[in-house]
Design a binder for this molecule. Structure first.
Ligand SMILES: Nc1ncnc2c1ncn2[C@@H]1O[C@H](COP(=O)(O)OP(=O)(O)OP(=O)(O)O)[C@@H](O)[C@H]1O
Length: 248
């Protein structure tokens, strides 16, 4: 995916690698399908009811709806944190229900996740927070360095690489969490209320970064309560009400 190449146009090896992965279609964009999906939690709460959804490759989709309507549950189903009680969740032609152990871990590497509460490691610097997952996944030090700088540039945090999370504003912390989610160039990015704790300016900055990523080919799915933000963007919207989905 060309997320990083646009930032480091001189890095020919990365460009070659990206065009190769695009030809094979393995690291470009993802398609998501929910077929008659229901989710009932162990305590009997019906979070989703007969949900059907198709998200096309390269789409930028907002998911809106009141608190408790099922938005986070929908995202959790997409990255396999929860399994459907009924129906099928398919990401890039892969039925998630069949994945266990290593196969589930490999599948999750194709998905970047941004959380409302950032989930940064307070004892690690910005750079370490961003590269931590790549290290865990066995990337070489050279490859990690090659990815780090353009990713921090994309989120406007190159000058803060050596800062710790508590030295950053809320908006900056959220951009670190976005950098962490995209440094592995995932073809699918899920963001659960990424602007929930931010003021309008920071919210807009975050959305612009996600839109940029989308313009490079990633499929982006964002949950939000912020109707104003949704109107400003003019992207497709799915509304969740009482666990039921409808395209607006
Ligand atoms: N692990 C769980 N066990 C039981 N019930 C749960 C669990 N997680 C969520 N729920 C319930 O499922 C319903 C949907 O929750 P979900 O978190 O998906 O909503 P949401 O739309 O994301 O809400 P919010 O906007 O407040 O984050 C709610 O009634 C919630 O209480």
């Amino acid at each position: 995916m060309p997320v990083l190449t646009t930032q480091v146009k001189t890095d020919k090896s990365l460009q070659r690698e990206d065009s190769a992965t695009q030809q094979h279609g393995s690291n470009t964009t993802a398609k998501v399908t929910l077929q008659s999906v229901s989710k009932t939690y162990a305590n009997g709460t019906h979070a989703l009811l007969n949900a059907n959804l198709e998200v096309k490759k390269g789409e930028f989709l907002f998911i809106t709806g009141p608190s408790g309507s099922g938005k986070s549950t929908l995202l959790k189903l997409l990255y396999g944190q929860e399994l459907p009680t009924e129906g099928e969740v398919i990401v890039d032609e892969c039925n998630i229900a069949g994945l266990r152990g290593d196969r589930l871990s490999l599948f999750r590497r194709q998905i970047g996740i941004v959380f409302q509460d950032y989930k940064l490691i307070s004892q690690r610097t910005v750079a370490e927070n961003v590269t931590f997952v790549l290290q865990a996944q066995g990337y070489t030090r050279k490859e990690i360095q090659r990815r780090l700088e353009p990713t921090l540039k994309l989120v406007g945090l190159l000058s803060k690489a050596d800062c710790f999370p508590d030295q950053l504003s809320g908006g900056e912390q959220q951009r670190v969490s976005i950098a962490r989610a995209i440094v592995g160039t995932p073809p699918l990015l899920l963001a659960d209320e990424p602007t929930g704790n931010l003021d309008p300016d920071n919210s807009w900055q975050v959305i612009q970064i996600l839109q940029k990523l989308n313009s490079f080919g990633a499929t982006v799915i964002v949950t939000t309560h912020d109707e104003q933000l949704v109107r400003r963007c003019n992207h497709p919207v799915v509304q969740v009400i009482n666990g039921q989905l409808s395209r607006k």
